[in-house]
Ligand binder design. Structure first.
Ligand code: NDP
Ligand code: 2IT
Length: 450
């Protein structure tokens, strides 16, 4: 593949220099383009018409001021983003993140990943992502509502059910989607249910969307194990995070007979050898919006380890599901997991493992499911929500979950078959990147140079 690498290397260098200082975006682009060496060797025509250069360049990047008034009457200013990355397969689709760490580079990496993830679902959705450096922590309900309204006041002109359809991500759940939908409806004077997903059932949401990302990730892991004659049943599991994805990952692992012994938030982690009490986690994180440290104050079987005093990846387990944020699992954590006998790593979050960690897993023969495949159940169910909105229909939980399970099975099998076809059986990173890329690339070529 030397010849191909020689052609790709200057292209990668050009993308990195055009997007200087955006480390997370570089990391995401590098991983996908590295996987493409094998495709280009078979299909050198993919190098034509600057197809790869176009795929790495967002179609549109919107950056805007978000002014709002806090409870003390003080004016606050945040920065809002929406990166409309690729619409070859359908309207831009992807979540909105509210977190103080958000930069343009963060949103670009997420939008890039989203494009291939959405392609893998097989559904008619393009890729986009948005967010703000707003920190929701400690903010009152009124402050959250005023921030969401101001954010949507600017963003609404760029959205539409056929244009761009956001959803939630870190810091954005049902409450925030409700406030944003309310403001969109008011500004446009249209009840356009399909413009946002992750809505509550009462005003056009889909059953199983809240659960979909976590449930889907577990379906993916179960399928990986099943294809090797094994299953989740009886396995010890560690899930990082305690937000939307982590909570429903824990719920489905339990349903499949696994035992989750640890979870975390940004301040630290809890270990409960009796099995994480999910009702308690839901009460702490979803109802009281408090810290996971409280879990160990209430549960005597648990211990709490503050951030900086240990790592959740040192807790022995057979399945690890990083479900908090990007680059939370480094090579050190990966080596610790491997030393303790981990069999499977399933990424619930987007890009939670560093490239060095992924290498450690690969060398150790650990089954590794990359986020763009394993966590695609959330956006896939968002597409099902759009489908229900378009047909003014509402499906049962069972109907929706059955669809989700079959989509996850298809994504798994597509990744596995693609990896095999390209000579790397079991390499789900390669399989996901190539299968996602080919679908986007074929659509882009059909549409001409746009
Ligand atoms: P939530 O906001 O519900 O939960 C995020 C969790 O991760 C919280 O426990 C939070 O801790 C922790 N966390 C967030 N940022 C950091 C950080 N910088 N360092 C350490 N811990 C952190 O978000 P989601 O569960 O929705 O998202 C989790 C991951 O899953 C993200 O990578 C997201 O992009 C991805 N994802 C989400 C989907 C969805 O449908 N929601 C779909 C596909 C992927 P704390 O409470 O202390 O902030
Ligand atoms: O990363 C993701 O896939 C999401 N945050 C969900 C996107 C969506 O549109 O449902």
């Amino acid at each position: 593949m030397k010849g191909v690498d020689e052609k790709l290397a200057p292209m990668i260098a050009e993308v990195l220099s055009r997007n200087a200082g955006e480390g997370e975006f570089h990391q995401a682009v590098q991983e996908v383009l590295d996987s493409l060496t094998r495709v280009i060797a078979k299909r050198p025509d993919y190098l034509n018409d600057a197809l790869l250069e176009r795929i790495c360049e967002p179609e549109r990047q919107i950056i805007f001021r978000v002014p709002w008034i806090d409870d003390k009457g003080q004016v606050q200013v945040n920065r809002g983003f929406r990166v409309q990355f690729n619409s070859a397969l359908g309207p831009y689709k992807g979540g909105i993140r509210f977190h103080p760490s958000v930069t343009l580079g963060t949103i670009k990496f997420l939008g890039f990943e989203q494009t291939f993830k959405n392609a893998l679902t097989g559904m008619p959705i393009g890729g986009g992502k948005g967010g703000s450096d707003f920190n929701p922590r400690g903010r009152s309900n009124g402050e959250i509502m005023r921030f969401c309204q101001s954010f949507m006041t600017e963003l609404h002109r760029h959205l539409g059910e056929y244009t761009d359809v956001p959803a939630g991500d870190i810091g954005v759940g049902g409450r925030e989607i409700g406030y944003m939908f309310g403001q969109y409806k008011r500004l446009t004077n249209r009840y356009e249910a399909g413009v946002l997903t992750g809505k509550a059932l009462v005003y056009g949401g889909s059953r199983a969307r809240t659960e979909a990302t976590g449930y889907g990730a577990v379906y993916f892991v179960e399928r990986m194990l099943q294809s090797r004659g094994d299953s989740v049943e009886g396995k010890r599991v560690v899930v990082s995070g305690s937000g939307n994805v982590a909570i429903y990952t824990i719920e489905k692992i339990r349903e499949f007979g696994g035992i989750v012994v640890a979870c975390s938030d940004s301040n630290g982690f809890v270990v409960d050898e009796a099995g994480i009490d999910l009702d308690l986690v839901k009460d702490i994180k979803e109802v009281r919006r408090a810290r996971i440290a409280e879990y160990a104050e209430i549960k005597k079987s648990a211990r709490y380890v503050e951030r900086g005093h240990g790592s959740i990846w040192d807790v022995p387990c057979q399945i690890a599901m990083p479900s908090a944020t990007q680059n939370e699992l480094t090579d050190k954590g990966a080596r610790s997991l491997v030393a303790n006998g981990v069999l499977v790593v399933g990424e619930g979050a987007n890009m939670p493992s560093t490239p060095e960690a992924v290498r450690v897993f690969k060398e150790a023969g650990v089954l590794f499911a990359p986020g763009k495949a394993a966590n695609a159940g959330g956006v896939a169910t968002s597409a099902l929500e759009m489908q229900q909105n378009a047909s003014r229909d509402s499906w049962t939980f069972e109907q929706t979950e059955t669809r989700l399970a079959s989509i996850m099975r298809n994504i798994h099998d597509t990744c596995a078959q693609t990896a095999e076809e390209y000579g790397e059986p079991g390499d789900y990173v390669l399989g996901a990147n190539i299968a996602g890329f080919v679908r986007v690339a074929e659509a882009m070529r059909a549409l001409g140079v746009i």
